[in-house]
Design a binder for this molecule. Structure first.
Ligand code: FAD
Length: 563
Protein backbone atom coordinates (compact mmCIF):
# COMPACT_ATOMS: atom_id res chain seq x y z
CA UNK A 1 0.00 0.00 0.00
CA UNK A 2 1.21 3.51 -0.84
CA UNK A 3 0.17 6.35 1.46
CA UNK A 4 0.84 9.99 0.64
CA UNK A 5 0.59 12.61 3.40
CA UNK A 6 0.17 16.35 2.78
CA UNK A 7 1.71 18.34 5.66
CA UNK A 8 4.46 16.91 7.82
CA UNK A 9 3.92 18.50 11.19
CA UNK A 10 1.52 17.66 14.06
CA UNK A 11 -1.17 15.56 12.39
CA UNK A 12 0.83 14.50 9.32
CA UNK A 13 3.96 13.34 11.15
CA UNK A 14 1.84 11.51 13.79
CA UNK A 15 -0.08 9.70 11.07
CA UNK A 16 3.11 8.72 9.26
CA UNK A 17 4.89 7.37 12.35
CA UNK A 18 1.82 5.44 13.57
CA UNK A 19 1.28 3.93 10.16
CA UNK A 20 4.86 2.71 10.04
CA UNK A 21 4.48 1.15 13.49
CA UNK A 22 1.45 -0.73 12.18
CA UNK A 23 2.66 -1.60 8.71
CA UNK A 24 6.33 -2.22 7.98
CA UNK A 25 5.63 -2.76 4.28
CA UNK A 26 3.64 0.37 3.44
CA UNK A 27 5.28 3.00 1.24
CA UNK A 28 4.82 6.29 3.09
CA UNK A 29 5.63 9.64 1.50
CA UNK A 30 5.22 13.06 3.14
CA UNK A 31 5.11 16.33 1.24
CA UNK A 32 5.75 19.43 3.34
CA UNK A 33 5.59 22.91 1.90
CA UNK A 34 7.88 24.53 4.48
CA UNK A 35 11.54 23.68 4.93
CA UNK A 36 10.98 21.65 8.10
CA UNK A 37 9.01 18.61 9.24
CA UNK A 38 7.62 17.75 12.63
CA UNK A 39 8.44 21.18 14.05
CA UNK A 40 7.15 22.61 17.30
CA UNK A 41 4.68 25.33 16.27
CA UNK A 42 3.84 25.77 19.91
CA UNK A 43 7.43 26.69 20.72
CA UNK A 44 7.77 29.37 18.04
CA UNK A 45 6.84 32.40 20.23
CA UNK A 46 9.38 31.26 22.85
CA UNK A 47 12.10 31.09 20.21
CA UNK A 48 11.35 34.72 19.28
CA UNK A 49 11.54 35.71 22.97
CA UNK A 50 14.77 33.79 23.56
CA UNK A 51 13.53 31.21 26.09
CA UNK A 52 14.18 28.59 23.42
CA UNK A 53 17.63 29.66 22.27
CA UNK A 54 18.47 27.08 19.67
CA UNK A 55 16.32 26.89 16.53
CA UNK A 56 17.30 23.23 16.13
CA UNK A 57 15.32 22.55 19.33
CA UNK A 58 12.17 23.50 17.42
CA UNK A 59 12.55 20.74 14.89
CA UNK A 60 11.83 17.39 16.49
CA UNK A 61 12.84 15.46 13.38
CA UNK A 62 14.68 16.12 10.13
CA UNK A 63 13.79 14.35 6.87
CA UNK A 64 16.96 12.28 7.36
CA UNK A 65 16.22 11.30 10.99
CA UNK A 66 12.63 10.50 10.02
CA UNK A 67 13.89 8.29 7.22
CA UNK A 68 16.46 6.58 9.45
CA UNK A 69 13.96 5.82 12.19
CA UNK A 70 10.77 5.19 10.23
CA UNK A 71 11.80 4.53 6.65
CA UNK A 72 9.51 7.37 5.58
CA UNK A 73 10.37 9.74 2.77
CA UNK A 74 9.68 13.30 3.94
CA UNK A 75 10.03 15.81 1.13
CA UNK A 76 10.35 19.36 2.40
CA UNK A 77 9.85 22.50 0.28
CA UNK A 78 7.37 20.47 -1.73
CA UNK A 79 3.87 21.84 -2.11
CA UNK A 80 1.01 19.62 -3.17
CA UNK A 81 -0.89 21.78 -5.64
CA UNK A 82 -3.73 19.50 -6.72
CA UNK A 83 -5.43 16.18 -6.03
CA UNK A 84 -6.62 14.20 -9.04
CA UNK A 85 -9.05 11.90 -7.32
CA UNK A 86 -10.03 9.95 -10.44
CA UNK A 87 -6.35 9.13 -11.11
CA UNK A 88 -5.58 8.76 -7.40
CA UNK A 89 -2.54 11.00 -7.63
CA UNK A 90 -1.35 14.40 -6.43
CA UNK A 91 0.56 17.13 -8.28
CA UNK A 92 3.56 18.44 -6.43
CA UNK A 93 5.74 21.50 -6.94
CA UNK A 94 9.29 21.54 -5.65
CA UNK A 95 9.52 25.09 -4.33
CA UNK A 96 13.32 25.17 -4.60
CA UNK A 97 13.84 23.76 -8.11
CA UNK A 98 10.44 24.66 -9.57
CA UNK A 99 10.04 21.05 -10.76
CA UNK A 100 6.45 19.84 -11.04
CA UNK A 101 5.67 16.14 -10.76
CA UNK A 102 2.90 13.75 -9.78
CA UNK A 103 2.77 11.07 -7.11
CA UNK A 104 0.21 8.30 -7.01
CA UNK A 105 -1.46 7.05 -3.84
CA UNK A 106 -3.65 4.27 -2.57
CA UNK A 107 -4.61 6.36 0.46
CA UNK A 108 -4.09 10.08 0.96
CA UNK A 109 -3.96 11.93 4.31
CA UNK A 110 -4.45 15.69 4.37
CA UNK A 111 -2.97 17.54 7.33
CA UNK A 112 -2.37 21.03 5.88
CA UNK A 113 -3.20 22.87 9.13
CA UNK A 114 -4.55 26.39 9.42
CA UNK A 115 -3.48 29.72 7.97
CA UNK A 116 -3.25 33.03 9.81
CA UNK A 117 -6.14 35.33 9.00
CA UNK A 118 -4.72 38.35 7.20
CA UNK A 119 -7.49 40.94 7.25
CA UNK A 120 -8.23 43.26 4.37
CA UNK A 121 -7.01 46.23 6.45
CA UNK A 122 -3.53 44.70 6.52
CA UNK A 123 -1.35 45.91 3.65
CA UNK A 124 1.77 44.16 4.93
CA UNK A 125 5.27 45.22 3.97
CA UNK A 126 8.58 44.36 5.60
CA UNK A 127 7.53 45.46 9.11
CA UNK A 128 4.32 43.46 9.35
CA UNK A 129 4.52 39.78 10.37
CA UNK A 130 2.42 36.69 11.05
CA UNK A 131 3.64 33.65 12.96
CA UNK A 132 2.96 30.14 11.81
CA UNK A 133 6.08 28.38 10.61
CA UNK A 134 9.70 28.02 11.71
CA UNK A 135 10.63 30.33 8.85
CA UNK A 136 8.22 32.99 10.19
CA UNK A 137 9.79 32.75 13.65
CA UNK A 138 13.35 32.96 12.31
CA UNK A 139 12.43 35.98 10.18
CA UNK A 140 10.69 37.71 13.08
CA UNK A 141 13.51 37.11 15.52
CA UNK A 142 16.18 38.22 13.05
CA UNK A 143 14.21 41.39 12.28
CA UNK A 144 13.93 42.28 15.99
CA UNK A 145 17.69 41.89 16.36
CA UNK A 146 18.85 43.53 13.14
CA UNK A 147 16.53 46.52 13.36
CA UNK A 148 16.91 46.81 17.12
CA UNK A 149 13.14 46.81 17.54
CA UNK A 150 12.10 49.01 20.44
CA UNK A 151 8.35 49.12 19.92
CA UNK A 152 5.95 46.51 18.61
CA UNK A 153 2.24 46.34 17.95
CA UNK A 154 0.42 43.05 18.29
CA UNK A 155 -2.99 42.93 16.63
CA UNK A 156 -5.22 40.33 18.28
CA UNK A 157 -5.43 39.02 21.83
CA UNK A 158 -5.83 35.29 21.18
CA UNK A 159 -3.34 32.56 22.10
CA UNK A 160 -0.69 33.54 19.57
CA UNK A 161 -1.19 37.28 20.16
CA UNK A 162 -0.68 36.95 23.90
CA UNK A 163 2.30 34.62 23.56
CA UNK A 164 4.06 36.80 21.03
CA UNK A 165 3.30 39.95 23.07
CA UNK A 166 4.98 38.45 26.12
CA UNK A 167 7.93 37.18 24.10
CA UNK A 168 8.44 40.50 22.33
CA UNK A 169 8.54 42.13 25.76
CA UNK A 170 11.26 39.60 26.62
CA UNK A 171 13.34 40.94 23.71
CA UNK A 172 13.24 44.36 25.38
CA UNK A 173 10.63 45.93 23.09
CA UNK A 174 7.67 47.87 24.43
CA UNK A 175 4.48 46.19 23.27
CA UNK A 176 1.03 47.55 22.54
CA UNK A 177 -1.65 44.90 22.18
CA UNK A 178 -4.73 45.85 20.17
CA UNK A 179 -7.86 43.78 20.69
CA UNK A 180 -11.11 44.60 18.92
CA UNK A 181 -13.47 43.14 21.54
CA UNK A 182 -13.71 44.12 25.19
CA UNK A 183 -11.61 41.21 26.35
CA UNK A 184 -8.70 39.06 25.23
CA UNK A 185 -8.85 35.27 24.85
CA UNK A 186 -12.26 34.48 23.38
CA UNK A 187 -12.05 30.99 24.90
CA UNK A 188 -12.66 32.41 28.38
CA UNK A 189 -15.38 34.59 29.91
CA UNK A 190 -15.06 38.06 31.46
CA UNK A 191 -13.70 36.94 34.83
CA UNK A 192 -10.69 34.98 33.61
CA UNK A 193 -10.05 37.66 31.00
CA UNK A 194 -10.10 40.38 33.68
CA UNK A 195 -7.24 38.63 35.48
CA UNK A 196 -5.34 38.38 32.20
CA UNK A 197 -5.86 42.10 31.50
CA UNK A 198 -4.40 42.92 34.90
CA UNK A 199 -1.47 40.60 34.32
CA UNK A 200 -0.67 42.10 30.92
CA UNK A 201 -0.82 45.66 32.26
CA UNK A 202 1.14 44.76 35.39
CA UNK A 203 3.96 43.56 33.12
CA UNK A 204 3.96 46.71 31.05
CA UNK A 205 1.93 45.68 28.00
CA UNK A 206 -0.09 48.64 26.74
CA UNK A 207 -3.40 46.82 26.35
CA UNK A 208 -5.87 48.58 24.07
CA UNK A 209 -9.28 46.95 24.25
CA UNK A 210 -12.17 47.76 21.90
CA UNK A 211 -9.47 48.95 19.50
CA UNK A 212 -10.68 48.56 15.96
CA UNK A 213 -7.83 48.62 13.45
CA UNK A 214 -8.73 50.25 10.13
CA UNK A 215 -5.39 50.01 8.42
CA UNK A 216 -1.95 48.50 8.96
CA UNK A 217 0.97 48.96 6.61
CA UNK A 218 4.68 49.54 6.39
CA UNK A 219 5.27 53.24 5.79
CA UNK A 220 8.34 55.48 6.25
CA UNK A 221 10.31 52.74 8.00
CA UNK A 222 7.50 52.04 10.49
CA UNK A 223 4.53 49.78 10.95
CA UNK A 224 1.73 52.31 10.77
CA UNK A 225 -1.60 51.58 12.34
CA UNK A 226 -4.79 53.58 11.94
CA UNK A 227 -7.61 52.96 14.40
CA UNK A 228 -11.30 53.62 13.96
CA UNK A 229 -11.11 56.43 16.53
CA UNK A 230 -8.80 58.24 14.06
CA UNK A 231 -5.61 57.60 15.99
CA UNK A 232 -2.54 56.90 13.86
CA UNK A 233 0.22 55.04 15.71
CA UNK A 234 3.69 54.03 14.56
CA UNK A 235 5.78 51.10 15.73
CA UNK A 236 9.06 49.49 14.72
CA UNK A 237 7.10 46.41 13.73
CA UNK A 238 3.68 44.73 14.01
CA UNK A 239 2.50 41.14 14.35
CA UNK A 240 -0.97 40.25 13.10
CA UNK A 241 -2.52 37.46 15.16
CA UNK A 242 -6.25 37.80 14.77
CA UNK A 243 -6.93 34.08 14.36
CA UNK A 244 -6.50 31.21 11.95
CA UNK A 245 -8.71 29.51 9.39
CA UNK A 246 -8.62 25.94 8.09
CA UNK A 247 -6.36 25.53 5.06
CA UNK A 248 -8.82 23.50 3.04
CA UNK A 249 -8.03 24.96 -0.39
CA UNK A 250 -6.65 21.67 -1.81
CA UNK A 251 -9.67 19.74 -0.56
CA UNK A 252 -12.09 22.32 -1.94
CA UNK A 253 -10.39 22.24 -5.35
CA UNK A 254 -10.67 18.45 -5.32
CA UNK A 255 -14.40 18.66 -4.60
CA UNK A 256 -14.28 17.16 -1.11
CA UNK A 257 -17.15 18.02 1.19
CA UNK A 258 -16.50 20.92 3.57
CA UNK A 259 -18.37 22.30 6.59
CA UNK A 260 -18.17 25.11 9.10
CA UNK A 261 -15.61 27.83 8.19
CA UNK A 262 -14.82 25.82 5.07
CA UNK A 263 -13.13 23.08 7.10
CA UNK A 264 -12.85 19.60 5.58
CA UNK A 265 -15.80 17.42 6.60
CA UNK A 266 -14.75 14.04 8.05
CA UNK A 267 -16.46 11.12 9.75
CA UNK A 268 -15.37 9.66 13.09
CA UNK A 269 -12.67 7.63 11.29
CA UNK A 270 -11.23 10.92 9.93
CA UNK A 271 -12.32 9.88 6.45
CA UNK A 272 -13.43 12.63 4.03
CA UNK A 273 -16.27 12.38 1.53
CA UNK A 274 -13.77 10.38 -0.60
CA UNK A 275 -13.17 7.04 1.21
CA UNK A 276 -9.52 6.98 0.04
CA UNK A 277 -8.76 10.40 1.47
CA UNK A 278 -8.43 11.10 5.18
CA UNK A 279 -8.02 14.54 6.76
CA UNK A 280 -6.86 15.55 10.24
CA UNK A 281 -5.85 18.52 12.38
CA UNK A 282 -6.61 22.22 12.15
CA UNK A 283 -8.11 21.84 8.68
CA UNK A 284 -11.01 19.59 9.69
CA UNK A 285 -14.47 20.12 11.11
CA UNK A 286 -15.03 18.35 14.40
CA UNK A 287 -17.83 18.01 16.91
CA UNK A 288 -17.10 20.13 20.00
CA UNK A 289 -18.09 19.01 23.48
CA UNK A 290 -20.26 19.55 25.42
CA UNK A 291 -22.68 21.16 22.92
CA UNK A 292 -21.81 18.74 20.11
CA UNK A 293 -21.78 21.64 17.69
CA UNK A 294 -19.72 21.55 14.51
CA UNK A 295 -16.55 23.54 15.05
CA UNK A 296 -12.95 24.06 14.06
CA UNK A 297 -10.57 23.89 17.00
CA UNK A 298 -6.89 24.48 16.27
CA UNK A 299 -4.99 22.61 18.97
CA UNK A 300 -2.01 20.29 18.83
CA UNK A 301 -3.49 17.49 20.96
CA UNK A 302 -6.50 16.83 18.73
CA UNK A 303 -4.31 17.04 15.57
CA UNK A 304 -1.88 14.43 16.90
CA UNK A 305 -4.67 12.09 18.00
CA UNK A 306 -6.52 12.43 14.73
CA UNK A 307 -3.32 11.61 12.80
CA UNK A 308 -2.99 8.40 14.76
CA UNK A 309 -6.66 7.55 14.17
CA UNK A 310 -6.37 8.07 10.40
CA UNK A 311 -3.33 5.76 10.36
CA UNK A 312 -5.15 3.10 12.39
CA UNK A 313 -8.04 3.04 9.96
CA UNK A 314 -5.78 2.91 6.92
CA UNK A 315 -3.99 -0.04 8.53
CA UNK A 316 -7.31 -1.81 9.04
CA UNK A 317 -7.84 -1.06 12.74
CA UNK A 318 -11.20 0.58 13.38
CA UNK A 319 -10.51 3.73 15.38
CA UNK A 320 -12.83 6.65 16.06
CA UNK A 321 -12.22 10.23 17.13
CA UNK A 322 -14.14 11.06 20.29
CA UNK A 323 -14.86 14.77 19.73
CA UNK A 324 -12.93 17.77 21.02
CA UNK A 325 -13.32 19.43 24.41
CA UNK A 326 -10.96 22.31 23.61
CA UNK A 327 -8.78 21.75 26.68
CA UNK A 328 -6.14 24.45 26.53
CA UNK A 329 -3.59 26.22 28.66
CA UNK A 330 -1.50 29.33 28.13
CA UNK A 331 1.19 31.12 30.11
CA UNK A 332 0.65 34.87 30.41
CA UNK A 333 3.70 36.19 32.26
CA UNK A 334 3.37 34.80 35.80
CA UNK A 335 -0.18 33.56 35.31
CA UNK A 336 -1.47 30.32 33.86
CA UNK A 337 -4.84 30.48 32.12
CA UNK A 338 -6.58 27.22 31.30
CA UNK A 339 -9.98 26.27 29.98
CA UNK A 340 -12.02 23.33 28.81
CA UNK A 341 -15.50 22.96 27.35
CA UNK A 342 -18.03 25.71 26.79
CA UNK A 343 -17.89 29.31 27.94
CA UNK A 344 -20.81 31.08 29.59
CA UNK A 345 -21.24 33.09 26.41
CA UNK A 346 -21.55 29.91 24.32
CA UNK A 347 -24.03 28.35 26.75
CA UNK A 348 -26.17 31.49 26.71
CA UNK A 349 -26.15 31.57 22.91
CA UNK A 350 -27.10 27.89 22.82
CA UNK A 351 -29.89 28.49 25.37
CA UNK A 352 -28.47 25.95 27.84
CA UNK A 353 -29.54 26.46 31.47
CA UNK A 354 -26.43 26.33 33.63
CA UNK A 355 -25.24 26.85 37.18
CA UNK A 356 -22.00 28.75 37.87
CA UNK A 357 -19.51 28.21 40.65
CA UNK A 358 -16.67 30.66 41.20
CA UNK A 359 -14.02 29.60 43.64
CA UNK A 360 -10.80 31.25 44.79
CA UNK A 361 -8.57 28.62 46.30
CA UNK A 362 -4.94 28.06 47.17
CA UNK A 363 -2.86 25.83 44.91
CA UNK A 364 -1.56 24.07 48.03
CA UNK A 365 -1.82 24.22 51.81
CA UNK A 366 -1.64 27.87 52.90
CA UNK A 367 0.79 27.08 55.71
CA UNK A 368 3.35 25.64 53.29
CA UNK A 369 5.48 28.48 51.87
CA UNK A 370 4.81 29.75 48.37
CA UNK A 371 1.08 29.12 48.14
CA UNK A 372 -0.74 31.15 45.51
CA UNK A 373 -4.38 31.70 44.72
CA UNK A 374 -6.24 30.43 41.68
CA UNK A 375 -9.71 31.44 40.56
CA UNK A 376 -11.90 28.73 39.08
CA UNK A 377 -15.15 29.21 37.20
CA UNK A 378 -17.02 25.94 36.70
CA UNK A 379 -20.21 25.76 34.67
CA UNK A 380 -22.55 22.81 34.88
CA UNK A 381 -25.99 21.89 33.64
CA UNK A 382 -28.91 23.00 35.78
CA UNK A 383 -30.87 20.01 34.50
CA UNK A 384 -28.39 17.14 34.54
CA UNK A 385 -25.63 18.43 36.82
CA UNK A 386 -23.05 17.48 34.15
CA UNK A 387 -19.94 19.66 33.89
CA UNK A 388 -20.11 21.89 30.80
CA UNK A 389 -16.95 23.96 31.05
CA UNK A 390 -14.27 25.27 33.37
CA UNK A 391 -11.84 28.17 33.29
CA UNK A 392 -8.99 28.66 35.75
CA UNK A 393 -6.50 31.50 36.25
CA UNK A 394 -3.66 31.40 38.74
CA UNK A 395 -0.11 30.19 39.14
CA UNK A 396 1.23 26.73 39.92
CA UNK A 397 -1.30 23.92 39.84
CA UNK A 398 -3.74 25.45 37.35
CA UNK A 399 -2.72 22.95 34.67
CA UNK A 400 -3.28 20.01 37.01
CA UNK A 401 -6.79 21.14 38.00
CA UNK A 402 -7.90 21.79 34.43
CA UNK A 403 -6.73 18.33 33.45
CA UNK A 404 -8.73 16.74 36.26
CA UNK A 405 -11.78 18.74 35.22
CA UNK A 406 -11.23 17.86 31.58
CA UNK A 407 -11.19 14.16 32.46
CA UNK A 408 -14.24 14.59 34.71
CA UNK A 409 -16.07 16.23 31.83
CA UNK A 410 -14.96 13.55 29.37
CA UNK A 411 -16.26 10.70 31.52
CA UNK A 412 -19.53 12.50 32.21
CA UNK A 413 -19.16 13.34 35.90
CA UNK A 414 -21.68 15.59 37.53
CA UNK A 415 -20.24 18.68 39.24
CA UNK A 416 -21.37 17.46 42.67
CA UNK A 417 -19.46 14.21 42.14
CA UNK A 418 -16.18 16.16 42.15
CA UNK A 419 -16.43 16.09 45.92
CA UNK A 420 -15.80 12.33 45.85
CA UNK A 421 -12.64 12.40 43.73
CA UNK A 422 -9.66 11.16 45.66
CA UNK A 423 -6.75 13.39 44.67
CA UNK A 424 -3.17 13.01 45.86
CA UNK A 425 -2.26 15.37 48.68
CA UNK A 426 0.80 16.58 50.50
CA UNK A 427 1.23 20.22 51.65
CA UNK A 428 3.62 21.31 48.84
CA UNK A 429 1.15 20.17 46.17
CA UNK A 430 -2.41 20.55 47.29
CA UNK A 431 -4.82 20.69 50.21
CA UNK A 432 -6.60 17.77 51.82
CA UNK A 433 -9.68 19.23 50.20
CA UNK A 434 -8.37 20.02 46.73
CA UNK A 435 -9.90 22.99 44.83
CA UNK A 436 -11.51 20.39 42.54
CA UNK A 437 -13.18 18.77 45.58
CA UNK A 438 -14.28 22.24 46.73
CA UNK A 439 -16.20 22.75 43.47
CA UNK A 440 -17.96 19.46 44.24
CA UNK A 441 -18.79 20.58 47.80
CA UNK A 442 -20.28 23.83 46.55
CA UNK A 443 -22.30 22.07 43.81
CA UNK A 444 -23.53 19.59 46.41
CA UNK A 445 -24.53 22.43 48.76
CA UNK A 446 -26.40 24.18 45.96
CA UNK A 447 -28.18 20.95 45.00
CA UNK A 448 -29.23 20.36 48.61
CA UNK A 449 -30.35 23.96 49.15
CA UNK A 450 -27.66 24.55 51.78
CA UNK A 451 -26.34 27.61 49.95
CA UNK A 452 -27.85 30.06 47.48
CA UNK A 453 -25.57 32.20 45.33
CA UNK A 454 -25.65 35.61 43.73
CA UNK A 455 -23.30 36.97 41.09
CA UNK A 456 -21.53 40.11 39.99
CA UNK A 457 -23.98 40.50 37.12
CA UNK A 458 -26.91 40.54 39.60
CA UNK A 459 -25.58 43.52 41.57
CA UNK A 460 -27.02 46.37 39.51
CA UNK A 461 -30.55 45.01 39.70
CA UNK A 462 -30.22 44.15 43.40
CA UNK A 463 -29.01 47.65 44.27
CA UNK A 464 -32.45 48.97 43.28
CA UNK A 465 -34.22 46.46 45.49
CA UNK A 466 -35.25 48.14 48.74
CA UNK A 467 -35.68 44.74 50.39
CA UNK A 468 -32.04 43.78 49.89
CA UNK A 469 -29.38 44.14 52.58
CA UNK A 470 -25.68 43.80 51.69
CA UNK A 471 -23.08 42.57 54.18
CA UNK A 472 -19.31 42.32 53.80
CA UNK A 473 -18.14 39.59 56.20
CA UNK A 474 -14.42 40.38 56.07
CA UNK A 475 -12.37 42.12 58.75
CA UNK A 476 -12.62 45.93 59.09
CA UNK A 477 -9.03 46.15 57.79
CA UNK A 478 -9.90 44.32 54.59
CA UNK A 479 -13.14 46.29 54.26
CA UNK A 480 -11.49 49.71 54.41
CA UNK A 481 -8.92 48.66 51.81
CA UNK A 482 -11.73 48.22 49.32
CA UNK A 483 -15.30 47.00 49.28
CA UNK A 484 -18.24 46.79 46.95
CA UNK A 485 -20.63 49.76 46.90
CA UNK A 486 -23.51 49.52 49.34
CA UNK A 487 -22.09 46.71 51.50
CA UNK A 488 -21.91 47.25 55.27
CA UNK A 489 -19.20 45.55 57.28
CA UNK A 490 -20.13 42.86 59.80
CA UNK A 491 -17.12 40.55 60.18
CA UNK A 492 -17.88 36.84 60.20
CA UNK A 493 -16.62 36.35 63.74
CA UNK A 494 -19.02 39.05 65.01
CA UNK A 495 -22.02 37.81 63.03
CA UNK A 496 -23.67 35.72 65.78
CA UNK A 497 -23.49 38.65 68.21
CA UNK A 498 -24.75 41.34 65.85
CA UNK A 499 -27.86 39.64 64.48
CA UNK A 500 -30.01 42.40 65.97
CA UNK A 501 -28.42 44.81 63.44
CA UNK A 502 -29.67 42.67 60.54
CA UNK A 503 -33.28 43.26 59.55
CA UNK A 504 -35.01 39.89 59.23
CA UNK A 505 -37.58 41.24 56.79
CA UNK A 506 -34.83 41.85 54.24
CA UNK A 507 -33.09 39.41 51.91
CA UNK A 508 -29.43 39.35 52.90
CA UNK A 509 -26.56 39.25 50.38
CA UNK A 510 -23.14 38.43 51.82
CA UNK A 511 -19.66 38.91 50.34
CA UNK A 512 -16.19 38.15 51.68
CA UNK A 513 -12.76 37.87 50.10
CA UNK A 514 -13.06 34.52 48.31
CA UNK A 515 -16.57 33.26 49.10
CA UNK A 516 -15.64 31.03 52.03
CA UNK A 517 -16.28 33.31 55.02
CA UNK A 518 -19.44 34.64 53.41
CA UNK A 519 -20.59 31.03 53.00
CA UNK A 520 -20.03 30.47 56.73
CA UNK A 521 -21.95 33.69 57.42
CA UNK A 522 -24.85 32.53 55.25
CA UNK A 523 -25.04 29.33 57.29
CA UNK A 524 -25.26 31.30 60.54
CA UNK A 525 -27.89 33.62 59.08
CA UNK A 526 -29.95 30.89 57.38
CA UNK A 527 -30.13 28.94 60.62
CA UNK A 528 -31.34 32.10 62.33
CA UNK A 529 -34.23 32.41 59.91
CA UNK A 530 -32.78 34.75 57.27
CA UNK A 531 -33.24 34.44 53.52
CA UNK A 532 -29.60 34.75 52.53
CA UNK A 533 -27.35 34.55 49.44
CA UNK A 534 -23.58 34.10 49.05
CA UNK A 535 -21.57 36.16 46.52
CA UNK A 536 -19.86 33.74 44.10
CA UNK A 537 -16.10 34.26 44.04
CA UNK A 538 -15.92 36.94 46.73
CA UNK A 539 -14.41 40.38 46.56
CA UNK A 540 -11.53 39.09 44.41
CA UNK A 541 -14.04 38.36 41.67
CA UNK A 542 -15.81 41.67 42.22
CA UNK A 543 -12.56 43.62 42.04
CA UNK A 544 -11.36 41.75 38.96
CA UNK A 545 -14.59 42.38 37.10
CA UNK A 546 -14.75 46.00 38.20
CA UNK A 547 -11.20 46.24 36.92
CA UNK A 548 -10.01 47.72 40.18
CA UNK A 549 -6.42 47.07 39.33
CA UNK A 550 -4.82 48.47 42.45
CA UNK A 551 -7.32 46.76 44.73
CA UNK A 552 -6.94 43.50 42.84
CA UNK A 553 -3.19 43.51 43.32
CA UNK A 554 -3.66 44.13 47.02
CA UNK A 555 -6.30 41.41 47.24
CA UNK A 556 -4.16 38.79 45.62
CA UNK A 557 -1.61 39.13 48.39
CA UNK A 558 -4.20 38.43 51.05
CA UNK A 559 -6.51 36.18 49.10
CA UNK A 560 -5.66 32.91 50.80
CA UNK A 561 -8.25 31.98 53.36
CA UNK A 562 -7.91 29.10 55.78
CA UNK A 563 -10.19 26.21 54.99
P1 FAD B 1 0.32 21.93 11.21
O1 FAD B 1 1.02 21.37 12.38
O2 FAD B 1 0.25 23.43 11.12
O3 FAD B 1 1.00 21.36 9.92
C1 FAD B 1 0.51 21.65 8.66
C2 FAD B 1 1.67 21.66 7.69
O4 FAD B 1 1.16 21.40 6.40
C3 FAD B 1 2.39 22.98 7.62
O5 FAD B 1 3.74 22.85 7.97
C4 FAD B 1 2.22 23.41 6.18
O6 FAD B 1 3.39 24.02 5.67
C5 FAD B 1 1.93 22.12 5.48
N1 FAD B 1 1.14 22.29 4.24
C6 FAD B 1 -0.01 22.98 4.09
N2 FAD B 1 -0.46 22.88 2.82
C7 FAD B 1 0.42 22.09 2.17
C8 FAD B 1 0.50 21.65 0.83
N3 FAD B 1 -0.42 21.94 -0.06
N4 FAD B 1 1.55 20.86 0.48
C9 FAD B 1 2.50 20.52 1.41
N5 FAD B 1 2.46 20.94 2.67
C10 FAD B 1 1.43 21.71 3.06
N6 FAD B 1 -1.64 24.26 19.98
C11 FAD B 1 -1.71 23.84 21.27
O7 FAD B 1 -2.43 22.89 21.56
N7 FAD B 1 -0.96 24.43 22.24
C12 FAD B 1 -0.12 25.47 21.98
O8 FAD B 1 0.57 26.00 22.87
C13 FAD B 1 -0.05 25.95 20.64
N8 FAD B 1 0.74 27.01 20.33
C14 FAD B 1 0.85 27.40 19.02
C15 FAD B 1 1.69 28.46 18.70
C16 FAD B 1 1.80 28.89 17.39
C17 FAD B 1 2.71 30.05 17.06
C18 FAD B 1 1.07 28.22 16.36
C19 FAD B 1 1.20 28.66 14.92
C20 FAD B 1 0.22 27.17 16.66
C21 FAD B 1 0.10 26.76 18.00
N9 FAD B 1 -0.76 25.71 18.36
C22 FAD B 1 -0.84 25.29 19.65
C23 FAD B 1 -1.61 25.05 17.35
C24 FAD B 1 -0.99 23.75 16.89
O9 FAD B 1 0.32 23.97 16.49
C25 FAD B 1 -1.83 23.20 15.76
O10 FAD B 1 -3.12 22.95 16.24
C26 FAD B 1 -1.28 21.92 15.16
O11 FAD B 1 0.05 22.07 14.75
C27 FAD B 1 -2.14 21.51 13.97
O12 FAD B 1 -1.60 20.39 13.35
P2 FAD B 1 -1.84 20.15 11.79
O13 FAD B 1 -1.10 18.93 11.44
O14 FAD B 1 -3.26 20.26 11.50
O15 FAD B 1 -1.17 21.41 11.11
Amino acid sequence: MKVVIVGGVAGGASAAARLRRLDETAEIIIFEKSGYISYANCGLPYYVGGIIRDKEALTLQTPQSFYNRFNIKANVNCEVTAIERDQKRVSVKNLITGEIFTESYDKLILSPGALPVVPSFCHGGERVFTLRTVEDAIKLKAFCKEKNVKSAAVIGGGFIGLEIAENLMDTGASVTLFERSDHVLAIVDDLAAAFVHNELRAHGVDLQLKADTLSLKTADGCAELVLSDDRTMRFDMAVVAIGVYPDSSLAVKAGLKTGVKGAIAVNKNMQTSDPDIYAVGDAVEISALPLKNSAVIALAGPANKQGRIAADNIAGINSEYQDTQGASVIKVFSKTVASVGATEKQLKTAGVAYEKIILSAGNHAGYYPGASSMTIQCLYSKDSGLILGTQIVGGDGVDKRIDVLSVAMRVGLKAAALKDLELAYAPPYSSAKDPVNMIGFIADNIEKGIVKQFYYEDLDALKNNADALFIDARTPFEYVRGHADGFINIPLDDMRYRLDEIDKTKTVYVMCQSGLRSYLATRILAQNGYDVYNFAGGYMTYAALKNHEYELKECLGCGMEKR
